[in-house]
Design a binder for this molecule. Structure first.
Ligand code: OSB
Ligand code: MG
Length: 366
């Protein structure tokens, strides 16, 4: 394929309720969307970077800059297949979310031209995927109970509680007592230190599925120490940025479960490689999320339909995030989301509504 034009759309979607983590409190999702026109047609991609470098080092303006000033000049005049993109962009270090956004837009364009869905392309073995939900830190325990009970009643099959020092044992114990059987896990987004290992071991009381990214992303040996001291499995998120990194973390026993987020590992192609490795080695994986709009969610749901995704993902219904999505909404039925069947990402984009929430736009002609 040859890229002819690329449009960068920065838009904002208000969240149905604030989402608080150990690193920020989000009231809206600010996102960068790519609309790529090639000789094969149009493809859409969502960049999962946030507006500030708080989850990882990437942020929207940096992603936009690296795509515009490094990735696009490299691709100018080139006739290539989207599957070659990771190799073409290999000289540029880092910026996995920017790479993933471009890769998914190119894949969408190509697969639409070939009338193949993302699910078929990845090798999905299911028509729907079970939904988990990630629950933010709330001002009070009462509000947490209220929020979790709404999700449980809606049918979510797994609850993830965001935790941080000062908001851990009590919220977990409270929810576990109310729902003795529900699959429950926690995510600290790196908020703890090695010196907290004795404290984190107390989570073993609550029959958690996993403890996600408790320590700093570069503290793999800290995670090894915590994993060997605890009964609760460790699951790395931020630390895993490539297949090789995943293999290394698993071999050194820093983690026994992997949260696969395509944006964090540089794209869906690398994400599928991590899935395949884990599937072949009996390592459970699940699909993470970054509060995506329907564009990113569609591709994530297709990925989560692969055989090795044996745990419910943070692939929640559109209504958990937004009053109105920019695509056909993802509606949960019996705790599951349908994998889109149409070509490419398989969802329609409401461009009029997108226009109404767009804050800025730019384009490059190649
Ligand atoms: O660490 O998994 C995370 C959201 C934004 C950034 C990081 C994370 C999250 C979530 C929510 O936990 C996942 C989702 O529902 O999209
Ligand atoms: Mg996480």
């Amino acid at each position: 394929m040859k890229i002819k034009r690329i449009e960068f759309i920065q838009a904002e979607l208000a969240l149905v309720k604030p989402f608080q983590t150990s690193f920020t409190r989000q009231l809206k999702r600010e996102m960068l969307l790519l609309k790529v026109e090639s000789d094969l047609g149009i493809g859409w991609g969502e960049c999962v970077a946030m507006s500030a470098p708080l989850y990882s080092s990437e942020y929207i303006k940096g992603s936009l800059d690296v795509i515009e000033n490094f990735f696009i000049p490299k691709l100018k005049g080139l006739d290539f297949d989207p599957e070659e993109l990771p190799t073409i962009l290999l000289p540029f270090l880092g910026h996995p979310m920017a790479k993933a956004a471009l890769e998914s837009a190119l894949l969408d364009g190509k697969l639409k031209a070939d009338s193949i869905s993302f699910g078929e392309y990845f090798g999905a073995t299911r028509g729907s995927v079970p939904c988990g939900v990630s629950v933010g830190i709330t001002p009070t325990i009462e509000e947490l109970i209220d929020e979790v009970s709404q999700y449980v009643e809606a049918g979510y099959k797994r609850i993830k509680l965001k935790i941080q020092p000062g908001w851990d044992l009590l919220p977990v114990e409270t929810i576990r007592n109310i729902y003795p059987e529900i699959p429950l896990q926690v995510d600290a987004n790196q908020a703890y230190k090695r010196s907290d290992i004795n404290h984190l071991k107390k989570l073993d009381e609550y029959n958690l599925l996993l403890n996600e990214q408790p320590l700093s992303e570069d503290d793999l040996l800290g995670h090894v120490a915590l994993a060997s001291a605890s009964k609760t499995p460790i699951c790395l998120d931020e630390s895993i940025t490539s297949l090789q990194g995943a293999i290394d973390a698993l071999e050194m026993k820093a983690t026994s479960i992997i949260n696969i987020k395509p944006g964090r590992v540089g794209g869906y192609i690398e994400a599928k490689k991590i899935h395949d490795y884990c599937f072949n080695n009996n390592i459970p994986v699940w699909c993470g999320g970054m509060l995506e709009s329907g564009i990113g969610r569609a591709a994530n749901v297709a990925l989560a339909a692969l055989e090795g995704f044996t745990l419910p993902g943070d692939t929640s219904a559109s209504s958990r995030y937004y009053h109105r999505d920019i695509t056909d909404p993802f509606i949960m039925k019996d705790g599951e989301l349908q994998v889109p069947q149409g070509p490419g990402i398989g969802v329609n984009i409401d461009e009029d509504y997108l226009d109404s929430i767009t804050r800025s736009k730019s384009e490059i002609l190649l």
